[in-house]
Design a protein around this ligand. Structure first.
Ligand code: GLN
Length: 295
């Protein structure tokens, strides 16, 4: 009698249906219901290969004790605001899968759009296109461009050796050939090559904008990839555009992702540095998000 009682308890607590109910409630402390549900489905799929359809077909599915612990650990991380992409160690960008961890920013949809814009520009160029990505992080821009632009040669630099390790693995897992270099753009490095396209999504969030940001970004994403001082928010753009003067081919173009409040200032900075044909472009949310600079 007692034995069967405990068995039933065990079964009940390990059923996906029951766990799902309990964990969604926990996740709802920081996510809305729909998001909580989606997050749980991502975890079930990632850890155990359980799809939404499989669950619908077999609602009484059970997890082993080890599986329960795995799921519990992931839920704890999510309720502590750790982004799902770091919890499962990967994300999708431009239809490719990228490894991510706390050494690199989680790629944003705005950056996907930047890749689309840059790759269509690259396709108008004849011959092998030389591309440089400055501050590559996870390598999402460099790797996607290497895959999208036929016959291009992609170089990518970053100040962080740990980020470059992630980026190198991302190039390998996506079959992309990228030349990664550990360099700090603020030290004005000299590279032995000129490029048709220089692209960068440098740190551009002002310190004063911290107060509008969520814990999942502030507590987990690498601050060196995000923040700049309010006193000199365009520091990276200034160094990059200066670098472009000596590292861009005569008809080359520079493509920046920018702070939505600093588009006009960034384009003006480019003009002052000899890039007379500079313009701001909007992102898919209608915000000033990119600057194209050409001579
Ligand atoms: N778009 C990112 C954010 O809002 C910032 C990226 C960056 O600083 N380059 O968190």
């Amino acid at each position: 009698m007692i034995f069967s009682y405990f068995c039933r308890m065990e079964t009940l607590s390990n059923s996906v249906k029951e766990l799902r109910h309990r964990y969604i409630e926990m996740l709802c402390e920081i996510y809305d219901k729909e998001e909580a549900n989606a997050l749980l489905m991502i975890l079930l799929e990632h850890h155990f290969g359980i799809s939404r359809v499989a669950l619908a077909l077999n609602p009484d599915m059970l997890l082993s004790d080890t599986e329960c612990l795995t799921l519990q650990s992931s839920i704890r991380q999510l309720t502590a605001s750790r982004p799902i992409q770091y919890v499962i160690g990967k994300t999708e960008f431009c239809g490719l899968e990228f490894e991510v961890d706390e050494n690199v920013l989680i790629p944003r949809p705005e950056t996907e759009e930047l890749v689309t814009i840059v790759s269509s520009q690259a396709k108008t160029l004849a011959g092998a296109v030389d591309v440089l990505d400055i501050g590559t992080g996870s390598g999402c821009i460099a790797v996607s461009l290497a895959r999208l632009i036929e016959g291009c040669r992609v170089t990518a630099i970053d100040i962080s050796g740990n980020a470059l390790d992630v980026a190198r693995r991302n190039a390998a897992r996506n079959g992309a050939s990228v030349n990664f270099i550990n360099a700090d753009i603020l030290s004005d490095p000299a590279l032995p090559r000129r490029f048709d396209i220089i692209v960068s999504n440098p740190p551009y969030v002002c310190e004063s904008e911290r107060r509008d940001m969520r814990a999942n970004v502030l507590d987990f994403e690498p601050p060196t990839a995000l923040f700049v001082s309010d006193d000199d928010p365009l520091v990276f753009y200034r160094h990059i555009i200066d670098f472009a003067r000596t590292h861009l081919k005569p008809h080359g173009t520079v493509w920046f992702e920018v702070n939505e409040h600093l588009g006009a200032e960034t384009a003006e900075l480019c003009r002052r540095h000899g890039f007379g044909d500079s313009a701001v472009m909007k992102d898919l949310f209608g915000k000033d998000r990119y600057v194209k600079a050409a001579r």
